[in-house]
Design a protein around this ligand. Structure first.
Ligand SMILES: [Fe+2]
Length: 180
């Protein structure tokens, strides 16, 4: 499958929606491109997560994000976008709300190792953090391109939306109470 992907395929893309299987392929493909040295500009920032857009067309955008130890997001969704991410280097901890059986939301932590790819639909909520001791790098794909994000808190066992931002950037400036 991956052999049929490439910059040409991306540039010839149409307005057809991109599903999670294809998003997974795009994220993994760009991760391979970076491993092969085609994007030799991964950087790190002690103050905030460094990020760089790699590609955008009307139906998909691709971002490269680096994570120093302790850097992370807050619980968030991706507006109406589906997405996928590939851990290119290091490892990340993904926290996903789950466990509604007793009516209370719990957070399930999942370790995402280098080489792992995760795909998700447009209603997915997660928090991603570098809980390790080494820097991490990941590639993220969104379709349609990101246009908004909502951030969440868990309060008394309930998942509560606390802020929605219009943004085409997966690392928007958020209120200090939400910044990690
Ligand atoms: Fe996300």
């Amino acid at each position: 499958m991956r052999g049929r992907l490439g910059r040409v395929a991306l540039l010839q893309s149409t307005d057809r929606p991109v599903g999670t299987a294809q998003l997974r392929e795009f994220a993994a493909f760009f991760a391979d491109e970076i491993r092969s040295g085609k994007y030799p500009f991964v950087d790190f920032d002690e103050d905030e997560r460094w990020h760089q857009r790699l590609y955008r067309d009307p139906r998909i955008d691709i971002w490269l994000i680096s994570w120093l130890p302790t850097q992370g997001t807050q619980l968030h969704d991706h507006g109406g976008s589906s997405g996928a991410f590939t851990v290119l280097d290091g490892s990340l901890t993904e926290s996903v709300p789950s466990g509604y059986a007793d009516g209370r939301v719990r957070i399930r932590d999942i370790e995402r190792a280098s080489g792992d790819t995760v795909a998700f639909g447009r209603h997915y909520i997660h928090d991603v953090r570098n809980t390790g001791t080494e820097a991490a790098v990941s590639v993220h794909a969104y379709s349609p391109p990101l246009s908004s994000m909502t951030f969440y808190d868990i309060r008394a066992g309930d998942l509560v939306a606390v802020e929605t931002l219009a943004t085409d950037d997966p690392e928007p400036d958020v209120a200090p109470r939400l910044a990690s």
